[in-house]
Design a protein around this ligand. Sequence first.
Ligand SMILES: Nc1ncnc2c1ncn2[C@@H]1O[C@H](COP(=O)(O)OP(=O)(O)OP(=O)(O)O)[C@@H](O)[C@H]1O
Ligand SMILES: [Mg+2]
Length: 384
Amino acid sequence: MPKLIQAEDVVTNFYTYEGVVKALNKVGLVVDHGATFGLVGESGCGKSVMVRSMMRIVQEPGQIEGGKVVLFFNGDQQQEAVDLLQQSEAYMEDLRGNHISMIFQEPNAALNPIMSIGDQISESFLFHRKKEMSKKILEDLSADDCRVFLPLKKLQQTLYTIAADNPKSFILIICSKIPILSLWQRRLKREALQRSIDIIRKLSISNPSETVHRYPHNLSGGMKQRIVIAIALACHPMLLIADEATSNLDVTIQAQILELLKDLKKTEIASILLITHDLGIVAETCDRVGVMYAGNLCEVADVEKLFQNPQHPYTKALLESVPKFSQEGRLRSIDGAVPNLVSPPSGCRFHPRCSHAMEICKQTFPEEIEIEENHMVACHLYVK
Ligand SMILES: Nc1ncnc2c1ncn2[C@@H]1O[C@H](COP(=O)(O)OP(=O)(O)OP(=O)(O)O)[C@@H](O)[C@H]1O
Ligand SMILES: [Mg+2]
């Protein structure tokens, strides 16, 4: 499968009063076109910082200080490979929500409590799809059955022609500020609302044309998360990043949302990057898995391989800490805790907790090696 996005050696640090938190220590990962990539690891190991770095939305006092995040348009490596870390903020603004979307754990934080659901989904269309929607409105206007007062129709046609050419045109900005002229946008808003209703319908929300007029506080947690997904999917992104998107929901709703994501992936989205603590979800939904520990990616493999034949001691320990039906006696946990990333352990960051630790692990950072086809491990137990 062709690559969709490839992060290489990403370094992100947080400059805090306690010192520099070395949150990402040269992390790389690849998400292929059409694949679902799962990113797992204990709390604090850098999963969220990794995806936020890829989207360039790391919060203060964080800084991305190295690496590349290459996005391959059309899945073709030769043409249109863009390093997102080198692009302008305006480029990234256009990319976010358009080509790459992200959903977070807390739907309340993502939704605006004083805006109707319809207006919130419409915003995405109005921001990214003004050009395309203006073209459609122009076609509707020129259709014979469109009965509008002629001078008004001419004025609308002129403004929509400008919008279809350059939606950020100065003339349109001026017109939007003058009350009587700002009415030209009504058709555009109507079109955006109609598209919002269509997308809500796809997410199996009952009564979509009524739901668009409701506010977040009128909806349940599961419904709100569906709306957040609707906003993320509005513009058919190539990549949907879901950071613990279902963790706050009860198990049945969680299962419904994951089923929904699986279905939508076939039609609406190209690839998914899924962050979760739940290895069961990974086993069910992902094609490939990356295991992170203390700011490093320690193992990456196809999902069956990783579960059947884990190689890194941390991956093995992580899998042993998951309850199984057949298991008797106590559940094993990983001794110790994720280290403080202000002063992480030298060499392999896992060595203080690793039962296989050798002298070299304390001194030298392990390079990633491919032990089998498409199975990468960064551990001194394995040599090239
Ligand atoms: N705003 C911040 N200021 C300082 N340090 C931060 C900040 N955000 C994240 N970090 C640090 O970066 C490291 C990685 O955090 P991150 O949120 O990516 O973990 P995570 O793997 O997503 O954990 P969880 O599973 O709990 O969401 C942690 O050590 C954390 O303390
Ligand atoms: Mg997180």
